[in-house]
Each structure stands twice: as C-alpha cells, then as structure tokens.
Design a binder for this molecule. Structure first.
Ligand code: NI
Ligand code: MN
Length: 225
C-alpha cells in the first residue's frame, strides 16, 4: 500500500492495483500548487465529510477519472444527483471493494456542503488492504469510539488530524493512538490555515516521548506500507 500526501487532509492511496483519492482539497491550497489534479488517477474518491476543505476538487477529479465516490449516503446522493458514480455507506457499515474492505466509522465533527446542503454525519474510514490496514480519522475530536476500531482491525497506520482548533491537537492525537493501539501515525490537517499551524519538531518529539512515530510528509511525498 502506497500513501501520498497531497496537503491538508488530501491523500492518494494505491492498494490492490487501484487508485484512491481521499478528501481532495488541492486547487484551493496554495501550499499544494505543485500538484496538478489533472494528473491524479482515481478509481475511487473517499470523502469523510462535506466541508469545502475536503470536497473542493471532487467534481473535477471525478469528471477526469470517472471514479466512484464513496461516503455517507447524504454526500453520495448529492453527487449522484449531479450525475457522478457513487457508493453510499453509513456509520458502522463496511463493504468489500475490489481493492479491499472499507468501513465507515464515527467522527465527532460537522458536515455541511459549502452551499449549505446537508452533508450527513461526518466519519472516518478503516481500510483493510491485501497486506496492511489503515485508519483515516477525518476531521474529528478525540473519541472513546476509537477504542472500538482495534477490536476488529489490527492497524498498521493511523492517519490523524493534529492541527487543533477544528480537530484534535497533538496531545489528543497521542491518546487517540493509544485507543487505536497503533504507534505509527501520519499527521494531517495542519498548517493549511493560520488556525491550524503547528510546530513540527515539537509534535514529532511529543509522539516520540510516548514511544510513537509521527510522520509528517511534504506535499507530494509518499510512504510505502
Ligand atoms: Ni471539517
Ligand atoms: Mn477540515
């Protein structure tokens, strides 16, 4: 499984021979100006919630790629009405796709589209690939529900928001990684706006002091699991 960071909460995942884009917000992020969304491959687009900083480039990428949009039922019906392919899910449900199993799990946040349309309840994703399992938290507070995830899935990587203000901060993300029983963390949702700027060295050291590995990728950088 290969994971590429496209800035903010945007990810590319290659798994089981398929390409997945998560929460694309690229053209609106000056820090991601090196990324050309027209070159992105996508068989699926996974959306955690409907906020603009997670869905901005969905329509452009879906038009280019004919990707299937996977999210909660309200978000997928919004895009289905616009003529896009969509696979609706809801909290606690999972589905075996051709690249692996996806479960839509709880997040504590909100979820309206930029135009005010209802975006259902926000979530995160557990992806069980052929060899590795990951959790993408989406925008969320620290939640006791995170303890449920390792009861079903042994995680190899947790992708957690660490920027504070709109989501967990670093200290809460450390507790989240305890709940998730996963010491390998990819941080996201930081530095994009003034509200969520963090000190990278300090964040990495705080995780390190608890015996955990926080990775912060440069935009466009990838890791292989
Ligand atoms: Ni949000
Ligand atoms: Mn956000």
């Amino acid at each position: 499984m290969k994971i590429t960071f496209y800035g903010h909460a945007s990810l590319g995942i290659e798994v089981g021979g398929k390409h997945i884009i998560v929460d694309p917000f690229i053209t609106g992020n000056p820090q991601a100006s090196e990324i050309d969304i027209n070159t992105l491959k996508a068989d699926y687009i996974l959306l955690t919630h409907a906020h603009g900083d997670h869905v901005l480039d969905v329509e452009a990428i879906a038009k280019n790629t004919d990707a299937v949009i996977v999210s909660n039922a309200e978000i997928t019906s919004y895009y289905a009405t616009l003529g896009f392919k969509a696979h609706p899910m809801n909290h606690g449900g999972s589905w075996k796709f051709d690249f692996g199993k996806v479960k839509y799990v709880n997040a504590i946040h909100s979820s309206s589209f930029p135009n005010g349309s209802y975006g259902g309840n926000p979530g995160g994703f557990v992806i069980e690939g052929e060899h590795k399992n990951i959790y993408i938290a989406g925008d969320t507070a620290l939640s006791m529900d995170m303890k449920l995830i390792p009861m079903r899935t042994k995680l190899d990587l947790a992708i957690l928001p660490i920027g504070n203000n709109f989501t967990m901060d670093v200290e809460d993300a450390i507790i989240a990684s305890d709940f998730l029983e996963c010491d390998k963390i990819l941080g996201y949702h930081f530095d994009t706006f003034g509200y969520i700027e963090i000190n990278h060295d300090e964040a990495i050291r705080k995780f390190f002091d608890k015996g955990k590995d926080l990775m912060l990728l440069k935009i466009g950088e990838s890791i292989e699991l």
